[in-house]
Every structure is written in C-alpha cells, then in structure tokens.
Design a protein around this ligand. Structure first.
Ligand SMILES: C[S@@+](CC[C@H](N)C(=O)[O-])C[C@H]1O[C@@H](n2cnc3c(N)ncnc32)[C@H](O)[C@@H]1O
Length: 223
C-alpha cells in the first residue's frame, strides 16, 4: 500500500464523524440504530448517499441544506477519507460517514429513520443484477429504513442502470417524482433553481464520464 493511502487510513481512524465498525459491532444492530438524532443533536431529516465514494453529494447537499443531516456510506476507506477531510477542514457539522457495505444498511437505521437516499453513479453490475443498488433485494432493505413517501434519487451515466430502475419502478408501481435521460440538456432547462444547484454537484466518477461525453441521467421516486 502507498504511503499516502496509509496516512489517509490512519487519519480516518481519528475522525469522530466517521464510523468504521467491525462486523461484530453491527449484529444484530449497531448501537447508533435509532439514535441518529442524539448523534446529530437535532431531529432534522436524515439523507443517505449509498456508495458515496469521495462523498461529493453528501458534502455538497450538506452545504446546500445546512438544516438537514447527511450520511455517506461506502466500503472504501481511502475514498471516504476525502469527504471526511473536507468536512473537517470546512467545519461542516451535519455530515457523518459510515464505512460499511450497503448490504448492512438495516443494521444502522431503524424504521422511518431515513428521509431520502441518493445513489450516485452506482456500479451498473451488468452481470450481477442482484448487486445493483436498485435491485429488489436492495429496495426491500431501503423500505425498512425509509419514511413513508421517502425519496430515492438515482444519478447515473449508465443506460443499463437507468432503464433497469425505470422497469423496476413500473413493475412495482412505485411513484416517479422526476425523470430525465439528459440532465444537462433537458432537466436543468425546466426545473427550479434548487434542483439545478443540486444537479450541478459533480462526483469523481461523474467527471470521468462527462469527459467521455456520456449523457447523465436522473430519477427520483418513492416506494
Ligand atoms: C462507481 S463508484 C461511485 C462513487 C461515487 N458515488 C462517485 O460518483 O464518484 C461506486 C462506489 O460504490 C461503492 N460500493 C459499491 N457497492 C457497494 C456496497 N455493496 N457497499 C458499499 N459500497 C459499495 C464502491 O466502493 C465505490 O466507491
């Protein structure tokens, strides 16, 4: 492992706004489950970014909506470090990160504890549909933690993931709130300034796909 990565891992261990639980600490449930309002010291809505990578949406949304709480979840510590470091440097207090598998999400949140979920440039998993973060397996997990009418946002470059998620929405009669197969050409020409600001947050992977001239797509739906 490179020297920089080692340094980041050891710094990550010192951040009080990053949870890195051992698997033994999350079964049957992590002690923070049901207690996020105590952690944030307020009752404000909680928004998750799952597969957050460097946490650009977690941090960007936290700045856009300082009266709400944001939690980025990813298994990769070196990526989470970036977002966590920004929060430390800029003293952003409404953000936490959890280094864990999204598969364990129910161990961290109780029923109705989460208001919204963001899925940003999730792996389309062409050969393993069950592993897609919008597969029925994952949607069932989200149902257990989301409030009634809680919103799932998907921002993606992937036609496969976008069309697969649209099919899942139709098949299960979920409620589409917003959909666009071209965020920068179509969506931002017709939505309010708040959503435009949100859409302009760009993640590490998004910047790669934009350089390759890929079209960015967006879906918001409730389950
Ligand atoms: C393609 S990257 C996107 C990262 C970031 N959202 C972005 O747009 O730059 C997918 C991320 O999801 C994480 N990931 C994928 N499946 C996961 C899972 N089941 N649990 C936790 N993290 C996962 C990976 O570690 C990776 O950081």
């Amino acid at each position: 492992m490179g020297k920089d990565k080692l340094k980041r891992f050891s710094e990550l261990n010192t951040f009080t706004h990053v949870l890195q639980p051992h698997v033994n600490e999350i079964k049957p449930a992590h002690k923070i489950k049901g207690n996020w309002n105590l952690e944030f010291k307020n009752e404000a809505p909680i928004v998750l970014e799952l597969g957050c990578g460097k946490g650009e949406y977690t941090v960007g949304l936290a700045k856009q909506y300082p009266s709400m709480n944001f939690i980025g979840v990813d298994i990769k510590g070196a990526r989470i470090w970036r977002g966590a470091k920004t929060c430390e440097e800029e003293q952003i207090s409404n953000v936490r990160f959890i280094r864990t598998k999204v598969d364990f999400i129910e161990h961290f949140f109780r029923e109705n504890e989460v208001s919204e979920i963001w899925l940003t440039f999730s792996d389309p998993q062409p050969k393993r549909p069950r592993k897609r973060l919008t597969s029925p397996l994952f949607i069932e997990r989200y149902k257990k933690i989301l409030k009634e009418n809680g919103i799932i946002h998907l921002k993606t470059d992937s036609d496969l993931l976008y069309n697969y998620t649209l099919d899942e929405i139709k098949e299960n009669k979920y409620n589409i709130i917003e959909s666009s197969d071209n965020v920068y050409e179509e969506l931002i020409s017709r939505v309010d300034d708040q959503l435009i600001e949100t859409m302009k947050i760009q993640t590490f992977y998004e910047s790669i796909w934009l350089k390759e001239n890929k079209t960015i797509k967006y879906l918001a739906f409730s389950i």
